[in-house]
Design a protein around this ligand. Structure first.
Ligand code: TRP
Length: 342
């Protein structure tokens, strides 16, 4: 079957720290559900990660850990294209070109830039500013149809669509305009201590996050310490952000509905509820952790997956992936898009 027959999905994650339960339940677990019906590229966006200072040795390890975790949750390297962004030079090349089609006024409106600039006030570099443009390049390079994105990345997808539309308006149909993938959306997992903000792998308070690789005892402990709300009812509601978050976690791990869970814990105290939540998380993560440990022993296999991913993502059929791009540029190698100007 031709690759083109399936719709193409692109998504990526930064190797900027340990994966959290939020990344897993909100994104990774869903990626495994897409792999049969779509032609998926799952990228390890290491070039995005260097928009904040990274230690090279740590970054390399984190990228490899992230790849291992992709595989451990069941993202199949045979069915999908799993690769490092930095192994495909076209991301940076297209990123530059798109920079020239992006207005500062647009970038100035990006809320993630404002947040990150506030957080890294000593290093507000131009890469951080043009981060969304590199993300646009990731997506547009492969003529992506659909991008599964969380709320926090919607603005970046919007700017991607705007940039693509602008380029097409000037040079003719070149890029496919990507859309957000609206499917069964993953659970949005919030911080354990501050349940009105998202669980984030860069959170400094370790009690806010459950990591994919946390030991069972650590998980139980973090869940037990999670912030709860006033009252003793176990119910989902805007006035109960802490309990709602724990219910979401419980349901995402067990497959139960919120209504079923509320019924199950009707009359139970917070203590018993939290124990059940902790146990559900442990049960969900243990098999993944086991697989990570097995994969880590198999260095050659991981090397091979990385190498194959780099090859697959740069195959001619992908880059330039779209016939119109090939025609327009009459090139089948690197810098395909630059040739518009040469
Ligand atoms: N910015 C995304 C995030 O932090 C990661 C990312 C980079 C991405 N390029 C992408 C996500 C392309 C989807 C598509 O979550």
């Amino acid at each position: 079957m031709k690759v083109e027959e399936k719709k193409r999905i692109f998504s990526g994650m930064q190797p900027s720290g340990m994966i959290t339960l939020g990344n897993y339940l909100g994104a990774l677990k869903n990626w495994t559900n897409l792999q049969d019906d779509y032609d998926c590229l799952y990228c390890i966006v290491d070039m995005h990660a260097i928009t904040v200072r990274q230690d090279p040795v740590k970054l390399r390890k984190q990228a490899r850990d992230l790849l291992t975790q992709y595989l451990a949750v069941g993202i199949d390297p045979e069915k999908n294209t799993i690769y490092y962004q930095s192994h495909v030079s076209q991301h940076a090349e297209l990123g530059w070109i798109l920079n020239c089609f992006t207005y500062m006024g647009e970038l100035n409106r990006m809320t993630q830039f404002k947040d990150k600039a506030a957080k890294h006030a000593d290093n507000i570099n131009a890469g951080l500013y043009t981060y969304p443009v590199l993300m646009a390049a990731d997506i547009l390079l492969y003529q992506t149809d659909l991008v599964p994105v969380g709320e926090d990345q919607r603005q970046h997808l919007e700017i991607t669509r705007d940039i693509a539309g602008r380029f097409n308006g000037i040079y003719g149909e070149t890029f496919k305009i990507p859309e957000a993938y609206i499917g069964k959306v993953g659970a949005r997992i919030m911080s354990l201590q501050e349940p009105t903000k998202k669980m984030s792998k860069s959170d400094e308070n370790k009690n806010n996050t459950i990591l994919l690789m946390d030991e069972p005892a650590v998980i139980m402990n973090k869940v037990k310490r999670a912030m709860t709300d006033s009252g003793s009812e176990i119910r989902h509601g805007e006035d109960k952000p802490g309990i709602s978050n724990l219910l979401n976690i419980y349901c995402a791990c067990t497959g139960k509905t919120i209504a079923e869970a509320e019924k199950e814990f009707d009359g139970a105290g917070y203590g018993a509820f939290k124990t059940a939540v902790g146990e559900a998380v442990v049960a969900e993560l243990e098999p993944v952790q086991k697989r990570v440990k097995e994969l880590e022993k198999n260095k050659d296999y991981l090397d091979e997956v990385i190498k194959n991913g780099a090859d697959k993502s740069t195959e001619e059929s992908w880059i330039p992936s779209c016939d119109s791009l090939i025609e327009k540029m009459e090139m089948d190698e690197v810098l395909c898009i630059l040739s518009i100007f040469l």
